[in-house]
Design a protein around this ligand. Structure first.
Ligand code: ATP
Length: 566
């Protein structure tokens, strides 16, 4: 339907569709009854057969006098009779057809005058070919824009979601629009990785390193905090704008229309998967999420980036290529506030590493003063086991001794505990030796001085001799040494390995035993299952006082409480 009250439609090769045809619209059927004959539209030199999108269309015809009938339930409504009225009313009716509680817009194609359409069609020939090729190559890429349309179309009762029990999310600082979207998807409980990441990432703005198996919900573990922070930025931006309007000032801030978050994934399939997942959860936030991956046509990429998405999900290769080409929007990638490296273990494989390093260098070189929050997620633990974490995080935060030990020896947890106990014993013995040695040395010095002084008949100044018995410092030393000795004693009295251990398995730094049953049940299993198997078999061992828990940890507090109760 055109503004000039002309109608462009198609006729099949086998003849006209007739004077009455039906057009299905959401919310009802539309009948268009022609009151006059169709007239052929002159398209000049243009050959319709060259347009891939044209499908069955072989020529254009226009209808200047028609009546539009719509069905509302079973009742048919006549909405236009005369050409002028028909145009106005038809436009209104279509525009007001409710889809998902939102006004459905007329498609540009329906709304444009035919002449304009003719000009555009020539231009569209190439574009249509590009798009078609692109869609053939990548059906998934095609879904990216499709899905956006369908999301808008969904109908729902605004308050309906509040009936769903979402109490498990309540303490995790989830903004209402996100909670709403989670409820829509019936995600009533956070997964463990989400539960553990959300508060530190949202409230404490901590960097997160997370390792959890495939399908454990890692995407939302970084997605929700990022959306939460962006919503906050938008809120602040709005307030600033209001303030600027009041004061007449014009400040430039990084805000709603900037690239704020970058998610890097090793493959385009994963990028699309992450994007679709985040789009669903950002449904009510107004936050724009886009994907930048290889295999997408330049035009489509430009179209997507023109919308200024605040979150970009990309593969390192494609992103780096576009940055190097000088893409204006992606050039601000160095200023992102949230950086996610998803599937980090795969990302460091050869093939991604060079571009990933370049991107990270670019981001690290940013002159912006704002703090960046980084999320590193991985499906396997290989990344965590690559080397001591503290080397990578030097100076970032202090690790206690047990953490350092665990970090150095990422074997089985149970093994670590016994290694820790052995190390503790050795350390204590060394400390005692050292102190003893100091005392011996002092004593020896005193003896040596006295002996020589006697031999040489020199009167010794008392100050030359070390006081081993009376000074406060010496007293402290003695006290300390005593406590070290008693600790070592109790350690030596406790059996390091419970009875029943028969099989032996080697570890770094020593040979330890564990029940054969557990060893055999752990063989050939995934790391998690093997650890479980070991844990089950060594349940009793966990209770030995040799195990040192990190300060402030749950186990430590439990241990303290138990001790107190005794
Ligand atoms: N809290 C939740 N409750 C129910 N389902 C959830 C929840 N969080 C995520 N999911 C669903 O679990 C599936 C896996 O989630 P997600 O893709 O985030 O896992 P992942 O750990 O990133 O997996 P992968 O390693 O394959 O990327 C998705 O279909 C997602 O919709």
């Amino acid at each position: 339907m055109t503004r000039k009250n002309k109608m462009a439609t198609s006729t099949s090769k086998h003849g006209k569709l007739g004077n009455r045809f039906k057009k299905r619209k959401r919310g009802g059927m539309k009948d268009i009854m022609s009151n006059a004959n169709w007239k052929t539209v002159d398209l000049g030199d243009m050959d319709l057969s060259q347009i891939d999108e044209a499908g069955e269309i072989v020529c254009f015809e226009e209808l200047t006098d028609y009546t539009v009938l719509t069905t509302s339930g079973s009742k048919k409504q006549k909405i236009a009779k005369s050409p002028k009225k028909s145009e106005e009313k038809d436009k209104d009716t279509v525009k007001n057809t409710k889809t998902g509680g939102k006004k459905r817009k007329l498609k540009d194609d329906d709304d444009e005058p035919l002449k304009k359409k003719k000009k555009k069609t020539k231009k569209q020939i190439k574009k249509a070919k590009d798009v078609d090729q692109e869609n053939k190559d990548n059906p998934k890429l095609n879904d990216i824009e499709e899905e956006e349309k369908t999301t808008d179309d969904e109908t729902e009762d605004e308050e309906e979601w509040k009936k769903i029990d979402m109490s498990s999310w309540l303490n995790l600082l989830i903004p209402e629009p996100i909670l709403h979207a989670l409820a829509d998807q019936k995600f009533t409980c956070p997964t463990p990785i989400q539960q553990q990441s959300l508060i530190p990432a949202i409230r404490d703005y901590k960097d997160i390193i997370g390792a959890a198996e495939t399908g454990s919900g890692k995407t939302l573990a970084f997605g929700i905090p990022i959306l939460h922070h962006i919503l906050n930025i938008q809120e602040k931006e709005k307030r600033r704008k209001v303030k600027d309007l009041e004061t007449g000032e014009d400040h430039q801030h990084q805000g709603c229309n900037d690239l704020l978050a970058l998610v890097l994934t090793p493959t385009r399939e994963l990028a699309i998967q992450v994007r679709n997942h985040l789009v669903k959860v950002a449904k009510y936030t107004g936050i724009h999420i886009a994907v930048v991956v290889g295999g997408m046509s330049k035009q489509k990429q430009e179209r997507i980036l023109k919308k200024k998405p605040q979150v970009v999900i990309a593969t390192p290769g494609r992103l780096w290529e576009l940055v190097q080409q000088g893409d204006t929007y992606l050039n601000s990638v160095s200023d992102v506030r949230y950086l996610v490296i998803d599937e980090a273990d795969r990302m460091v494989e050869r093939g991604h590493f060079a571009e990933l390093t370049s991107i990270i260098d670019l981001i690290n070189g940013s002159k912006k003063t704002h703090k960046r929050q980084t999320f590193v997620f991985s499906a396997t633990l290989t990344m965590v086991h690559l080397g001591p974490k503290r080397k990578l995080m030097k100076g970032k935060f202090d690790m206690n001794k047990t953490q350092k030990l665990d970090d150095d020896m990422p074997v089985f947890p149970v093994e670590l505990k016994y290694l820790a106990a052995v190390k503790e014993r050795v350390k204590l013995t060394r400390k005692i030796d050292k102190m003893d040695h100091k005392f011996q040395k002092l004593k020896h010095q005193n003896d040596w001085f006295t002996r020589n002084a006697e031999e040489l008949d020199i009167e010794l100044d008392e100050d030359c001799l070390h006081d081993l018995g009376d000074s406060a410092e010496q007293k402290d030393h003695r006290k300390h040494l005593k406590s070290l000795r008693s600790n070592l004693n109790s350690m030596l009295k406790t059996t390091l390995f419970p009875k029943g251990f028969s099989a032996q398995y080697p570890t770094r730094g020593g040979q330890f035993t564990m029940p054969y049953k557990q060893v055999s049940s752990a063989v050939g299993k995934s790391a998690t299952d093997a650890v479980d198997a070991v844990k089950q078999g060594t349940h009793g061992m966990k209770k030995t006082p040799l195990v040192r828990f990190p300060k402030g940890s749950k186990q430590k507090n439990k241990h303290k409480r138990k001790k107190k109760n005794k």
